[in-house]
Ligand binder design. Structure first.
Ligand code: PEP
Ligand code: MG
Length: 328
């Protein structure tokens, strides 16, 4: 099977009826970029910039950040890289970035993390914005904000980038050719404000890891709950369907960058919902490309519509049977 997947490296993932599905990878380290050529993925749909912060003993200097981002873009060549601004806090708290009052959080996953920290410690986001803008001189910068819960948070984060951009301009520095701003959808509340948020975005990436834990109020790191809620539950799939519907007619590129997209049945369901961009763990690229080549996008779309209007008792079993009948 491994050999079969290796052969798929050069193969573009078109569905049976000719829909091009974007299959990208998640990454966080400089060395992860080699997975692009190893898998033949379309780009890096999620670069977790906090990894550099997590492996450093102190806040990484701006120059070091710039170097990493530039190296990553150089190594990715013509393939796009989506840089997510730091998602620290929660389960990824840094020893050198503590609460001022030394408080220990009882619910860190829904606590002081990600954009909430970045907007409060503005120096941190300013340095990262400057590093990303400088690293992307002369090319396209894709930047994405994590844990956006209210539209104003997106605005505030973008303002920091605009401020740094104006500064670089005043210094006559080479600027990015294009800047595409996106948000992660992982906090359910923002899904109810898509009409307000979407016009500001170039892309939206659904983080199904956090989204699921918030939708079900089920800690993603608690093994006791790992099997309890299914990604194929109508509760999630209907929620995702509403997001797709909310963006229909808009120019926003929609994708999924959580682990859900890396599993074959789940990916099948996502494609059926009309989500045609998946950013997944590199080991899943082969299996997902193989899946894509066997799927008829219209057929799964219609089937999903029917199932979600009147859900079968066991969505996973139904989807499995459907896929088996078609040798998917
Ligand atoms: C997610 O929440 O689905 C996601 C992709 O981000 P992370 O796993 O880094 O929280
Ligand atoms: Mg997340």
């Amino acid at each position: 099977r491994q050999a079969a997947y290796a052969k798929l490296r050069e193969v573009e993932p078109f569905s049976r009826d000719g829909t091009r599905i974007q299959v990208m990878i998640n990454a966080g380290l400089r060395d992860d970029v080699t997975n692009l050529s190893l898998t033949g993925a379309d780009g890096i749909g999620l670069f977790r910039t906090e990894f550099q912060f997590l492996v450093s003993a102190a806040l990484p200097a701006r120059e070091r950040q710039t170097r990493l981002y530039r190296d990553v873009m150089d190594a990715a060549g013509s393939k796009p890289v989506v840089f997510r601004t730091v998602d620290i806090g929660g389960d990824k708290m840094l020893p050198y970035l503590r609460h001022d009052d030394g408080e220990v959080e009882e619910n860190p996953a829904m606590g002081w993390r990600a954009l909430r920290i970045a907007l409060e410690r503005e120096g941190l986001l300013k340095a990262q914005a400057r590093a990303l803008l400088e690293a992307a001189a002369g090319r396209t910068l894709n930047v994405m904000f994590p844990m956006v819960s209210e539209p104003w948070e997106f605005d505030a984060a973008k303002d920091v980038f605009d401020g740094q951009l104006a500064f670089l301009k005043s210094q006559k520095k080479v600027l990015p050719e294009e800047i595409r701003f996106g948000a992660m959808l992982e906090v359910p509340a923002i899904a109810e404000q898509l009409d307000i948020l979407a016009p500001k975005l170039s892309f939206l990436s659904i983080g199904t890891n956090d989204l699921t834990q918030f939708l079900f109020a089920a800690d993603r790191s608690n093994p006791k709950l790992a099997e309890r809620y299914d990604w194929l539950s109508p509760g999630i799939l209907r929620f995702l369907r509403r997001i797709v519907a909310g963006l229909s007619g808009s120019e926003v590129d929609l994708g999924v960058c959580g682990e859900m997209g890396g599993r074959q049945l789940e990916a099948l369901a996502l494609i059926g919902l009309g989500i045609h961009r998946l950013s997944i763990t590199p080991a899943s690229v082969g299996p997902i490309k193989e899946l894509v080549r066997r799927v008829d996008v219209n057929e799964i779309g219609e089937a999903m519509n029917g199932w979600l209007s009147s859900p079968p008792a066991d969505m996973r079993a139904t989807l499995t049977e459907w896929a088996n009948e078609r040798e998917i």
